[in-house]
Design a protein around this ligand. Structure first.
Ligand SMILES: NC(=O)c1ccc[n+]([C@@H]2O[C@H](COP(=O)([O-])OP(=O)(O)OC[C@H]3O[C@@H](n4cnc5c(N)ncnc54)[C@H](OP(=O)(O)O)[C@@H]3O)[C@@H](O)[C@H]2O)c1
Length: 232
């Protein structure tokens, strides 16, 4: 049966990989982005000024799933992070996720079967990493939101998250833009490589689909072993 999915932050490399997985199954995918998505291949797309309620379009169709992609990798020593930067990271990563769920709650409730919301956290929430204080605080809020909404919206809407480690995308570009940086990042992971957009997209695809129908409130590590494995 054809289903309707909404991807917010739809220019993301992971979102575009997920788009192809969903369309290969015959589903219809709507993209929201601050960028122009013409030519990317979404079945419907809307350019938004921001991820706050006043900027989000109204949709009439029921939604079987929603994924919120917008995020930041703002890495600095704590004494160089301004309050404005903490607030900006919190707004993009966490408040935007709330606004999108609020705006499309009725669409999610109107789906024929339980619908699924997926958020994106980071390995830097469960694993302390230097220079990550702002992003780990913002994504920590996303993990709290995942569990809180999972309780509040059960059983009609499932809410889960994925927690990736470093993944090859424009957001991570300056961390892996030389052979030396890439090699060091690959070696830091127990599975000896950084993530590819497909690694994360496949996990989100699973959380959106019926195969994960008995999961809610979970934060799935997709991180090459970073959060839980130590090589001796
Ligand atoms: N790549 C990694 O190493 C890594 C690791 C852990 C977690 N993540 C998370 O994965 C998610 C997807 O990122 P990606 O790796 O696929 O990166 P990407 O391809 O560079 O996509 C960037 C994402 O952030 C949004 N964005 C960028 N600047 C923004 C701004 N100023 N205001 C609002 N939104 C903005 C984009 O939305 P628009 O479509 O509106 O531009 C897009 O969804 C993010 O939440 C990120 O935190 C990534």
């Amino acid at each position: 049966m054809q289903k309707n999915y909404l991807l917010a932050g739809a220019s993301s490399a992971i979102a575009q990989t997920l788009l192809r997985l969903l369309q290969a199954d015959g589903h219809r995918v709507v993209g929201l982005s601050t960028k122009d998505l013409s030519g990317v291949g979404y079945d419907e797309h809307h350019q938004v000024a921001d991820y706050d309620k006043g900027s989000l379009p109204t949709l009439s169709q029921p939604l079987d799933g929603l994924v919120y992609f917008p995020g930041t990798i703002n890495l600095k020593p704590v004494n160089r992070l301004s309050e404005e930067e903490f607030l900006r990271d919190f707004k993009i990563n966490a408040l935007g996720a709330v606004a999108v769920v609020q705006q499309y709650l009725q669409n999610l409730k109107n789906a024929a079967a339980p619908s699924s919301v997926v958020f994106i956290s980071t390995v830097a929430v469960s694993q302390g990493m230097n220079f990550h204080s702002s992003v780990s605080m913002a994504k920590g809020a996303v993990e709290g939101l995942t569990r809180s909404l999972a309780a509040e919206l059960a059983p009609s809407i499932r809410v889960n998250a994925v927690a990736p480690s470093l993944t090859a995308s424009p957001l991570a570009e300056r961390l892996i833009n030389t052979p030396e940086k890439l090699d060091a990042s690959n070696k830091r992971h127990p599975l000896r490589r950084i993530g590819q957009p497909g690694d994360i997209a496949q996990a989100i695809y699973f959380l959106l689909g019926e195969q994960s129908g008995w999961m809610t409130g979970a934060v799935l590590p997709v991180d090459g072993g970073m959060a839980s494995v130590r090589m001796l």
